[in-house]
Design a protein around this ligand. Structure first.
Ligand SMILES: *Cc1c(COP(=O)(O)O)cnc(C)c1O
Length: 342
C-alpha cells in the first residue's frame, strides 16, 4: 500500500523508509567528482566484491550504467547483439545510436533468453558490407520476458560462443538481485563470464536513486570519464549511496517475499475468465496478464478506481510487479478487484 493504493506498476515506485532516510541523513559525504566521498567509495567497493569484479562505479540510473558499458566496449559503427525485447534496445531512448553510434542486431529469444546457436547466426561475417560486432548484451532477469531467469549453463554457452568470436560481454543485471534470490546462484557466478555488469538499487531493493557498473579497472576508469562527459558525475552523492548501501544490507533477503507474493497473485488470477495468466511463467517478481478482448488501458483505469495500480504495456497486456510496499494480505484484494472489473 502506497498513498492509499496498492501500486504494482513497477518495483521502482518504492519510497525510502524511515531507516533508509536516517542512513541518508547520517552519511559522511564529500565531493565525489574530486574523489572525496567515503560513502560512495564504500558502496563501490562493496558492490565490486559482491559481483566479483575489480571496480564499481556509482551512476544515477541503470540506463547510464548500460550506456557506459556500451560506450567503453564499442566504437562508432560497430554492431551490438542483443535480444529483441532487451531494455537497452527498447527503453533507453535510442541511446546506443545517439551516444555510442552503435547499431543493434536483435535475436528473438524465448522470454528474453537466447541460445548460443542464435547468437552464432547473428554474428556478421567479416566482410566490408557489414557492421562488425564487438559486444553482446544479456539481460537477467529479463524485464519483457516477465522477470525470467537465465539458467547459468545457458549463460555459459552464450558467453563462451561470444568469446570464441572475440566479442565483449555486458550483463544488464538491473534485477540480478532477483535472479540470485530466486535461483540461489551467487551474483558473482552470474557475473563471472561477463566483462561488465550493471545493477540497479532503485528497483526491488528500494533505494530512491542509483545503479552501478562493475568490471575490470581499466574499463571502469574509462566509464568514469564518460560518466562525467554525459553529465552523470555528482558531488556530495554519498547521501544517495548511503541509501543504496542500506538497501543492500536490509532489503536483499526480503526479495523472496516479492517472489512469493507474485506467485500467489498469478495463482489467484489464473482462474478468472477473460484474462490469461500462467503461474508457471512467474519466476521472480513480475507478472504479465493477457487481457484478450478487454482493452488493457480501460482495465487499468477501472482497477485504479478500486485502488489497484497496474501498468498497461500493450493494447491487451498488463504488467504487475510485486515490491516492498505490497503486503501478503493485499493479494486477495487484488484478485477480488480483478474479478469485479471483469
Ligand atoms: C529498469 C531497468 C534498467 C534501468 O532503468 P533506469 O530507469 O534507467 O534506472 C535497465 N535494465 C532493465 C532490464 C531494467 O528493468
Amino acid at each position: 500500500m502506497l498513498n492509499g493504493k496498492i501500486d504494482l506498476r513497477s518495483d521502482t515506485i518504492t519510497p525510502p523508509d524511515a531507516g533508509m532516510r536516517q542512513a541518508m541523513a547520517d552519511a559522511i559525504v564529500g565531493d565525489d567528482v574530486l574523489g572525496d566521498d567515503p560513502t560512495v567509495q564504500a558502496l563501490e567497493k562493496h558492490v565490486a566484491e559482491l559481483l566479483g569484479k575489480e571496480k564499481a562505479l556509482y551512476v544515477p540510473s541503470g540506463t547510464m550504467a548500460n550506456q557506459l558499458a556500451i560506450r567503453t566496449q564499442t566504437r562508432p559503427g560497430d554492431a551490438m547483439i542483443l535480444e529483441a525485447n532487451a531494455h537497452i534496445d527498447c527503453y533507453e531512448s535510442g541511446a546506443p545510436a545517439a551516444l555510442a553510434g552503435v547499431h543493434t542486431r536483435r535475436v528473438t529469444g524465448d522470454r528474453g533468453r537466447f541460445s548460443a546457436q542464435l547468437l552464432e547466426a547473428a554474428i556478421p561475417i567479416k566482410n566490408d558490407h557489414f557492421a562488425q560486432a564487438s559486444l553482446v548484451c544479456v539481460e537477467n532477469t529479463h524485464n519483457q520476458g516477465g522477470g525470467s531467469i537465465w539458467p547459468l549453463s545457458q549463460i555459459q554457452d552464450v558467453t563462451g560462443t561470444a568469446r570464441k568470436h572475440g566479442l565483449a560481454l555486458h550483463l544488464d543485471g538491473a534485477r540480478l538481485w532477483n535472479a540470485s534470490a530466486a535461483s540461489g546462484v551467487s551474483l558473482a557466478d552470474y557475473a563471472a563470464t561477463f566483462d561488465t555488469v550493471s545493477v540497479c538499487f532503485s528497483k526491488g531493493l528500494g533505494a530512491p536513486v542509483g545503479s552501478a557498473l562493475v568490471g575490470p579497472s581499466d574499463l571502469i576508469e574509462k566509464a568514469r570519464f564518460y560518466r562525467k562527459q554525459q553529465g552523470g558525475a555528482m558531488r556530495q552523492v554519498g547521501i544517495l549511496a548511503a541509501a543504496a548501501q542500506y538497501a543492500l544490507t536490509h532489503n536483499r533477503d526480503r526479495l523472496a517475499q516479492d517472489h512469493d507474493h507474485c506467485r500467489q497473485l498469478a495463482e489467484g488470477l489464473c482462474g478468472i475468465g477473460g484474462i490469461e495468466v500462467d503461474p508457471e511463467e512467474v519466476e521472480t517478481n513480475m507478472l504479465f496478464i493477457e487481457t484478450g478482448k478487454h482493452d488493457a488501458a480501460t482495465l487499468t483505469q477501472k482497477l485504479d478506481e478500486l485502488g489497484i495500480r497496474v501498468l498497461a504495456t500493450g493494447p491487451s497486456t498488463l504488467r504487475a510487479v510485486t515490491n516492498l510496499t505490497f503486503q501478503a494480505d493485499e493479494v486477495e484484494r487484488v484478485i477480488h478487484a480483478f474479478k469485479q472489473v471483469l
